[in-house]
Design a binder for this molecule. Sequence first.
Ligand SMILES: Nc1ncnc2c1ncn2[C@@H]1O[C@H](COP(=O)(O)OP(=O)(O)OP(=O)(O)O)[C@@H](O)[C@H]1O
Ligand SMILES: [Mg+2]
Length: 219
Amino acid sequence: MIRSVVPFPALSCRALACRAGGRTIIEDLTLEMAPGERVALTGPSGSGKTTLLTTLAGLLPPASGRVLVGGVPLDEQPGLRSGLALVFQSYGLLSLLTAAENVEVALRAAGRPPGEAVPLAARALATLKVDRFADHLVEELSGGQQQRVAVARALALRPRVLLADEPTAEQDAGHRGLVLDELLRVADTGTTLVIATHDPEVADRCDRVVELRDVRTGA
Ligand SMILES: Nc1ncnc2c1ncn2[C@@H]1O[C@H](COP(=O)(O)OP(=O)(O)OP(=O)(O)O)[C@@H](O)[C@H]1O
Ligand SMILES: [Mg+2]
């Protein structure tokens, strides 16, 4: 007998509610994202994009509902978080380490030996055109340079799901295209990409747009 195989979504949430500061920010959100899908997450400032990405990354527990990775609830198997990478809106870099060390530390935490982490980090920094700052402390870099290091760190991990929070917000026109091209490219290898953005061009280049509304105002 031939069975049809329905693959699980790479990432999904069911009846998700998120609270922050004692208020409900997201309520009753159900989404499914396929392997290799590029999803833009839009909505006004304060609508909950960062809150949602942080919850999908498993860093903020939902108030109710569930996040599932490959169909498996994240709260039941926290180890699934290792397949998720988040580019934080405020970069989330260790400011007293160099750019290269920031990427290497993430690779080491993911289990790569130093002999692999060092060249992988160097390659990722070169791809994002921040290799000439590899040995600079992060606190010496501009906001746009730090943001590209944060993108390099996430890309170097080759995650199954890459969540990126306004990853082009600090970039000039040339670097904005570079960051976007490199992020979109990972979906070709099956990585699911979710990009929070206010940039209509970023949303246009994704397969699907999910728009959040501000639950307080309905806007
Ligand atoms: N730790 C917190 N304490 C209190 N309120 C919070 C906290 N985190 C988020 N909020 C509130 O949750 C709401 C959603 O914030 P969030 O940062 O998720 O929005 P956003 O869509 O990412 O906005 P932006 O486009 O400006 O980045 C806002 O009203 C914010 O003030
Ligand atoms: Mg945000």
